[in-house]
Design a binder for this molecule. Structure first.
Ligand SMILES: Cc1ncc(COP(=O)(O)O)c(C=O)c1O
Length: 346
């Protein structure tokens, strides 16, 4: 996002810089406490503090997860389109990535259970879920999650649920449901990844965490990190705690701003011939089907017009584009107007 982090976070960063001590640090007990109380108050998910493992990044968490399963999984299953590291992480550990394209239901992308049910799996295979989903912005419902839970349990798979966007539910009335909160049995098979980084625009301070209730799975996760993955930096820990503790009002204002940006961009792009946007329920990302433009590469077409969109090919969906709505309204208006002119000139 382009926004300044909450003022309380900036103030703390300034105080830390003025102290001038940039040595190592351990996770403050207050961060454990606030993560625990926040998952309960926001998501009705009761976790123990010892289920937490700190990570310097979520992509790192996705790769550590694949490393845990390198000798056990015959494949890593994921829904496409999806955030590119979901597609590359399995191959980093010699595991096949199986892509199951999502399907459209009522103009919203969802998991294709018919296709999943036809897939041959082995005990110990891994499913990687992006929830809420980058790039399609789906906030999976309890029914969808329960169906996936049944699938995972029936086939004795494991699942990694990347919930980095969980604090960014745009529609009032919708709630994020952590996948592992569905039942103890499924929690036993789940590695949940979370972070304050997307929510409060803090990714540069590298502080994320895994929540793993199954002690043997947690041990395996920590062992896969050993000697390779460092702790988050001391400043990252402290800023994460500050954001979670005192950034709530800022987050509420952020959601209003993002919702307005989403509605504005969705309405404008819907009117452009050849473009089909899908309104996200969560995240600050707008997924657009640009195949109707009939240009060779929609990504370069708009880049030539001065608009930098993410290329759907990187997400496993050529012909699609992803627009980042986490910018100021001024920037968004310029982008939309350049897109409109480019499309009109075709
Ligand atoms: C679903 C998802 N996971 C992970 C990340 C990246 O996390 P990190 O910067 O902590 O590696 C992103 C960033 O866009 C994301 O959308």
């Amino acid at each position: 996002m382009d926004y300044r982090s909450p003022q309380c976070v900036i103030d703390l960063a300034e105080r830390i810089c003025m102290d001038g001590n940039f040595g190592y640090g351990v996770c403050p007990s207050g961060l454990y406490e606030v993560v625990q109380s926040r998952t309960l108050s926001l998501y009705d998910w009761s976790i123990n503090q010892n289920w937490l493992t700190w990570l310097p990044g979520m992509v790192c968490g996705l790769n550590v997860t694949c490393r845990v399963f390198e000798n056990e999984a015959s494949q890593v299953i994921t829904n496409t389109p999806v955030y590119p590291p979901f597609l590359s992480a399995p191959g980093n550990f010699g595991i096949v990535s199986t892509r199951i394209p999502m399907v459209l239901k009522n103009n919203r992308f969802t998991i294709d259970f018919d296709n999943l049910n036809n897939l041959a799996t082995q005990k110990g295979d891994l499913f990687m879920l992006c929830h809420p989903h980058n790039p399609v912005g789906a906030n999976f419902s309890r029914e969808e999650l329960l169906q996936l839970e049944e699938y995972i349990l029936d086939r004795e798979l494991f699942i990694c649920s990347d919930e980095i966007h969980c604090d960014l539910i745009l529609d009032a009335g919708l709630k994020h449901i952590p996948f592992a909160s569905l039942s103890e049995q499924i929690a036993d098979r789940t590695i949940t990844l979370m972070a304050p980084s997307k929510t409060f625009n803090l990714p540069g301070f590298g502080c994320s965490f895994a929540v793993i209730s199954n002690s043997s799975l947690r041990r395996r996760f920590k062992s896969a990190m050993k000697g390779i993955v460092p702790d988050p930096p001391a400043m990252g820990f402290r800023l994460a705690e500050e954001a979670y503790r005192n950034g709530e009002e800022w987050r509420e204002r952020l959601l209003i701003y993002l919702r307005c940006n989403r509605n504005f961009a969705f309405n404008k792009i819907s009117k452009m011939e050849g473009l089909l946007p899908y309104s996200p329920q969560a995240t600050y990302l707008l997924w657009i089907d640009a195949r109707g433009l009939n240009v060779d590469c929609p990504h370069s077409f708009f880049e030539d017009a001065g608009v930098g969109l993410s290329d759907g090919s990187d997400f496993g969906a050529p012909g699609f584009l992803r627009l980042n709505l986490g910018c100021t309204r001024d920037v968004l208006e310029v982008a939309i107007s350049r897109m409109r002119s480019a499309v009109a000139g075709l």
